[in-house]
Structure formats: C-alpha cells, structure tokens
Design a protein. Sequence first.
Length: 211
Amino acid sequence: MRPVQRVQRSWCGGLLGLLLACTGGTAGDGTPAAKGSADPDPARAGQVEPAVAEAEPEPGPELHLLQSGDKTYYHLELELKADDLVVSGPLMSRDMAFTFSDGGQFEIYLRPETIPVPSPDCSGALILRMPWTNPEVEGAEAAVEAKRTLFSELVELREGRRETQRVVVELNPYIEVAHDDPRSVSLTQCNLFFRHAHATYAYVDHLGPLP
C-alpha cells in the first residue's frame, strides 16, 4: 500500500489572504485584492472624490421704483443676450421691426420671460419700443444719435457680434399695481419702452434719479 502523503496548509497564509481580501490590501504576489470592482486605477488610490458644488442660479433683474411727484415709475436694467430676442414671426412685418426710423424710433422684441414681471396675455413676445424724438426740439440731434448708437449695438447682438447688451426699460404706462404691494405689478399690454426723459424723449441708460 502506498503511503498517504499529507499536504500541509499554511493557516497563516490563508488567514492573511482572507484579511487582505476583506480590507482591500494586496495578496501575497503583490497584486491588489479584489474588492467590489476589478482593476482599480492605481493613480487614484487613496484619493477622495471632491464634492461637486451645485451652481447657484444667477440673480434676475430687479424692479426699481422711482417716485416723481405723485407718480411712480417702474424701471428694469436688463442684460440682454441674443436668445432673449424674438427675431421671427408676425411681429417682424411691423414697420419699426429692428428698423431705425426718423426721430430715432425703433422696436425690438423680447421673450416674455426676459423680464421678472407677469405678462398674462403676451405668450409670443413683448414689444420694446424706443419713442420718437421731435427734430424741432432743442437737443434733438444729440438724442437721436444716442439712440442710433444703442440701435447699432442691438443689431450687433442680434447678429451674434456682441454677447450681451445692457438696456434700461420702463414699464409705464402699461402696468397694473396691486393695492397692497406697490412692487407687485403686471403688464396690461405687451408693450414696454426704453427709459426716456425730457422733451427730446432722450434715452436714459441708468437707473435712479435723473441728473
């Protein structure tokens, strides 16, 4: 009868392998022990994944109230982008659509969500109009040239040659004000104006009182 050969196992090695497998260490041959997934990236070993911070939404335009005598004016400063403009549809057949006319009058069209004011009946677009300047009024020439400069910048925005364009607009007179909150307003028509003042209806490119 052939003698039975006994194979001796190293309990130390077996336990060590088990411990390494459970703790994510290396096996006896130096290879990483499997834990969850195979072939981990050695370059990322021991690194902590950085927390991804959620981007905060950019603040929208704020409604500014200006009291003049017994009248309150409502103004907004907008940083327009090309996507804010409406450049197609039935409004484009209007005579003043993106067209500079005598007296510096012109119109552009905005998506209603561009302004933080409800406009219940304006699902398509808001008409933003620059008023006409009487050429016979003193200071008319300078007022018209300032309007022409703004119009040219808005054309550049529409054509993609400018990323943003800052404008100041006036909601009066087409607004309805809540009785209990003077800052709670909504548009009654789909119209608003570039801010303007004086007999020349000159464009005012800032918020706050006139100089």
